[in-house]
Ligand binder design. Structure first.
Ligand SMILES: CC(C)(COP(=O)(O)OP(=O)(O)OC[C@H]1O[C@@H](n2cnc3c(N)ncnc32)[C@H](O)[C@@H]1OP(=O)(O)O)[C@@H](O)C(=O)NCCC(=O)NCCS
Length: 173
């Protein structure tokens, strides 16, 4: 799938391979260790982290790749938010390399997840834990039609802001 304009004409989004995981791992580390957006364990090895990011069916993990340069720009994962009677609602997670941000990669990955969820029959997409001080992400998800259902107070220990809220964000499909 080609998306965006300019440089992003060369960007495709496709399922993550094991080689892609190795190429993406530095971005995973960068995002987790920044301490501003994910409550994943700190200091994971490439093998420890794999299971936290690579989804198996019915979920999927994708990469956004600059085809010309063979560069992994970012990744998203999606799948059912809950098993069983909650499995009609999808969820998603996103990480873009800091060197690739602000070029539409995050938006393209967000749109890809919405399209995937719609095509796979989900009724809605729910993000369970969007850090309220992560204003780029909150704004992007609102632009893509998500609303803030509520905010769990002081649920995330931000590296720079201390304890801040986690938004539950939701979009019907
Ligand atoms: C959130 C994230 C996925 C967005 O990815 P991205 O590739 O930078 O996003 P885009 O380039 O598509 O930009 C989305 C919007 O944010 C704006 N934006 C991006 N970076 C910005 C910045 N540093 N300051 C202000 N606005 C910014 C863009 O202008 C764009 O708005 P527009 O489409 O109206 O112009 C990325 O910043 C990231 O990986 N952050 C760390 C992990 C994270 O927060 N994941 C999401 C958790 S819910």
């Amino acid at each position: 799938m080609g998306v965006g304009t300019g440089r992003e004409d060369r960007m495709i989004i496709r399922e993550m391979t094991q080689d892609d995981w190795l190429a993406f791992f530095p971005t995973y580390v960068e995002v987790v260790e920044s301490g501003e957006s994910y409550a994943f364990p700190s200091g994971q090895s490439v093998d420890e982290a794999r299971g936290w990011w690579l989804e198996s069916a019915p979920g999927v993990t994708v990469v956004a790749v600059d085809e010309e340069r063979g560069e992994v720009l970012g990744s998203a994962k999606t799948g059912p938010n809950r098993p069983g009677r909650g499995s009609h609602v999808a969820t998603g997670s996103f990480m873009v390399s800091s060197s690739a941000r602000g070029r539409g990669v995050g938006r393209a990955l967000g749109e890809w997840v919405l399209d995937w969820a719609r095509e796979n029959g989900y009724a809605a997409v729910q993000f369970n834990a969007v850090v309220e001080t992560n204003t780029v992400a909150v704004q992007l998800w609102q632009d893509l039609g998500f609303t803030i259902i509520g905010t769990v107070p002081e649920a995330f220990e931000s590296r720079t802001h201390g304890r801040v809220g986690l938004h539950v964000m939701h979009r019907r499909l």
